[in-house]
Write a protein that binds this ligand. Structure first.
Ligand code: SF4
Length: 289
């Protein structure tokens, strides 16, 4: 179901410094997300989204953004993609993200887009305009395996399409990388999986990764995740309960060993292990695509 709503404000100020994503402001143009990742933390009760599968479109977002950008005295990176994916299928019709990028370019702000969709390529020219100041696109990837991703992230582009989009953005001179989170214990916390993601990202011209090895599970999101695990991967939820009990944050079981593995592989591949500051950006060129 898609519903129209009016928002009161659009840009949220992000507490500084934001060492994870480099943001000064954050915006959500929709509520709810069609990608329906089974691990999505946005289902947690604290975000007050009653039905995460029904999409609400903030139809006055463009007007609000124009007013708010005109008033902002402090420049900085505007992020989008934390509570929903700015390029989920409904964006094809509403173009909320495309229109927001046009305003960001006109007001000469910078942007950090986080997505699991290759629809971002539609806006490559807008991103190039913003990139006269600074633009980055992070692809969220927790597996490089299209079959596994189809079960975990049923509405998102397959990882192979995300890597191909990454390559096209890098060729266009846009800084791009991987948001390596979450990494699901018992399903994705292996050197083989992480190595595949890093190798393919480097080949596609990624410059950085933003790693967090584990998954957050709280209240109703935890219930939803365990229900989906029982449906898709019988026996795994029992292993979570035995290993983590009621813990809210479930680190990858062998987190420190995996972290060492990632550091060594990133050094070899020339991938930064943090989001680069605008001053530090260097664009790598894709090798394979
Ligand atoms: S794409 Fe992001 S916001 Fe959307 S369901 Fe997946 S994790 Fe949640």
């Amino acid at each position: 179901m898609v519903e129209h709503i009016l928002a009161k404000t659009l840009l949220n100020t992000v507490p500084q410094p934001d060492t994870w994503f480099g943001l000064r402001y954050n915006m959500n143009l929709y509520r709810g997300c069609q990608h329906q990742c089974i691990y999505c933390d946005s289902r947690s009760a604290c975000y007050q989204i009653a039905d995460f599968s029904s999409i609400q479109v903030k139809v006055n977002a463009h007007e609000l953004l124009e007013e708010e950008l005109a008033r902002k005295r402090v420049r900085g990176i505007i992020g989008t993609g934390s509570m929903n994916d700015p390029y989920m299928p409904v964006e094809k019709k509403y173009e909320q993200t495309g229109r927001a990028l046009d305003l960001i370019a006109r007001f000469r702000f910078s942007v950090h887009v986080m997505t699991k969709s290759d629809l971002v390529l539609r806006d490559i020219e807008l991103l190039q305009r913003i990139n006269q100041v600074f633009a980055a696109v992070s692809f969220s990837l927790s597996t490089a395996d299209d079959h596994l991703a189809a079960r975990l992230e049923p509405g998102a582009s397959p990882p192979s399409e995300r890597f191909a989009a990454m390559a096209e953005l890098a060729r266009a001179g846009i800084l791009t990388g991987v948001s390596l989170m979450p990494i699901l214990p018992f399903l994705e916390d292996s050197e083989e999986n992480l190595g595949d993601i890093l190798d393919q990202a480097a080949s596609a011209g990624a410059s950085y990764i933003i790693p967090s090895l584990g998954v957050t599970l709280r209240d109703r999101q935890r219930e939803y995740y365990f229900r989906k695990l029982d449906e898709l991967f019988p026996g795994i939820s029992r292993r979570y309960r035995r290993f983590y009990g009621d813990q809210m944050y479930c680190d990858a079981r062998n987190e420190s060993l995996l972290q060492e593995f990632i550091s060594e592989r990133c050094d070899r591949l020339g991938l930064l292990q943090r989001f680069p500051t605008p001053q530090a950006k260097t664009i790598r060129q894709p090798l394979l695509f």
